[in-house]
Design a binder for this molecule. Structure first.
Ligand code: HEM
Length: 476
């Protein structure tokens, strides 16, 4: 019997292997550009078969809405499995009733009042970032590493309540290095299908290194959790307060971290110690790498578009006048042009270029029956570059997001949409606004080369093949 997906366009499907051989022999750096050719050849809705996996690819606004808004098809697809040894089955990877429970516990962490507490951390870290940039020797700065430190310090303090940048202990430094290595090793494994089996993987040199790195990362997280618990019993009655008044905001001890909410949930019997670990590790990963890439591509685009930098600078001048105070919550809300700029950055360089689902319940996509066990891949990257939605799609034009050009809620989805959208969306927007406004107030950015288009990599998170260099010239 013909599978409904066999009627859809797509690369030739051979018996048994399907189109598996398509990626064989393609150098890694060519994979991403090659992946972008399929949508051009086969259109908004096409299918692939790789051995026994059937993958439906979509980047039609209506199709994406049906897929992402579905309340029961919330299971992630195969590649997410490789993150499990590290993150456990936390919010990003879990499904069904476990996911529902976790989402309910974690949602209050991103409540307005708690985000306001975090904003103090954003301010401090942004100031440190500016100071660091000022102290670097003049010339090209490799932004990925500087920005990666900034987002990692920020998430560590907000999620765990631990100050990595002040903590000069070897364990904190080692932890930072280790989680960067783990991320790279997950990707290396994804590329080598012969290492998909745990048995072979953990016998390989990559697998052994991976296991020892996991040990370091997990031990660090475990220590932070137990120290936090100890501090809570030493200092207070452990009760949860939304300390949104300014005195509490000033005191790092009293600032509420995501970890505090989780410990509170443990006290109420809603989560166990293993669960807390899963979530701490999940947020450390999801909360820093995505934001670091968006900021890095953003600095690259700003360096190339002085007019946009000037408009951001002017907007800040209207808000701050001659004062050099850090931005308050209200200031950030006023930065409408900067907000549009960040959206335009995320349109061109969505940190998560594709998201995948494993279908658990049949549904109709127009006239196509999508059956259980099919995987659906939503092409965020291709959606965001459709010329019919975004005229002159390659051009960097923040104004698109000011004049209501982009109307359909599923036409712009850097944070996904529907029940499994990004829980850290507001957190990320505030963090990016804080960092970019501080940078634009203090520096003029210059690109080493005009109009450069970075070559992109196939990865969990969108990355450039080569480093991104930007020059930071202090404004007087
Ligand atoms: C520019 C920054 C960010 C982008 C572009 C982004 C994008 C996304 C996307 C596309 C998803 C859906 C993934 C999927 O369906 O598999 C997602 C989920 C998620 N994000 Fe983000 N994210 C960002 C920042 C953050 C931050 C700062 C945090 C934490 C503080 C965070 C935590 C999460 C979590 C926990 C999930 C899983 C939610 C769930 O399944 O219930 N993200 N993000």
């Amino acid at each position: 019997e013909e599978h409904p997906l066999d009627r859809l366009p797509g690369p030739k499907r051979w018996p048994l292997v399907g189109s598996a051989f398509l990626s064989i022999g393609i150098p890694y750096d060519e994979l991403f550009p090659r992946m972008l050719e399929f949508p051009k050849l086969y259109g908004y809705r096409f299918a692939m078969k790789i051995f026994n996996r059937r993958i439906l690819h979509v980047y039609n606004v209506e199709d994406i809405e049906i897929v992402l808004a579905h309340s029961r098809n919330i299971t992630k697809n195969k590649p997410y499995d490789f993150l499990k040894p590290w993150l456990g089955v936390g919010l990003l990877i879990s499904t069904g009733s476990k996911w529902h429970r976790r989402r309910k516990i974690l949602t209050p962490t991103f409540h307005f009042n708690i985000l306001r507490n975090f904003s103090k951390v954003f301010e401090e870290k942004s100031r440190n970032l500016v100071r660091k940039l000022k102290n670097l020797p003049e010339g090209n700065v490799d932004v990925l590493s500087v920005i990666g430190d900034f987002t990692l310090n920020t998430i560590c303090e907000t999620a765990m309540g631990t100050q990595l940048d002040c903590d000069k202990s070897t364990s904190a430094v080692q932890y930072k290095d280790t989680i960067k290595k783990i991320g790279i090793q997950v990707i290396q494994r994804l590329r080598k299908f012969w290492l998909y089996s745990d048995l072979l993987f953990y016998r390989s040199s990559l697998g052994k290194e991976f296991a020892s790195n996991l040990e370091i990362a997990h031990t660090f997280a475990d220590n932070v959790i137990s120290e936090r618990k100890k501090k809570r019993t030493d200092q207070d009655d452990g009760s949860l307060v939304e300390n949104s008044d300014d005195t509490a905001r000033e005191s790092p001890k009293k600032r509420l971290a995501l970890l505090d909410l989780l410990i509170e949930a443990e006290n109420n019997g809603e989560i166990d110690v293993e669960g807390i670990k899963e979530e701490v590790n999940t947020f450390m990963f999801e909360g820093h790498d995505t934001t670091a890439m968006a900021l890095s591509f953003g600095l690259m685009l700003l360096a190339d578009h002085e007019d946009v930098q000037e408009r951001i600078y002017e907007e800040c001048k209207l808000i701050f006048g001659d004062s050099d105070r850090t931005p308050s919550w209200a200031d950030l809300a006023e930065m409408k042009y900067l907000e549009a700029t960040i959206k335009e950055i995320l349109r061109l360089y969505p940190s998560v270029p594709f998201i995948g689902r494993n279908i658990t319940e049949d549904f109709m996509l127009g006239d196509v029956l999508v059956k259980k066990n099919v995987e659906v891949l939503v092409h965020i990257y291709d959606l965001h570059r459709r010329a019919d939605i975004y005229p002159d799609p390659e051009a960097f034009q923040p104004e698109r997001f000011l004049d209501g050009q982009v109307r359909h809620p599923y036409a712009f989805i850097p944070f996904s949409a529907g029940p499994r959208n990004c829980i850290g969306q507001k957190f990320a927007m505030q963090e990016m606004k804080c960092a970019l406004s501080e940078i634009c107030r203090n520096f003029r950015l210059r690109a080493p080369e005009r109009g450069a288009r970075p070559k992109l990599k196939a990865d969990i998170v969108l990355r450039p093949v080569d480093p991104i260099y930007v020059q930071f010239m202090p404004r007087s």
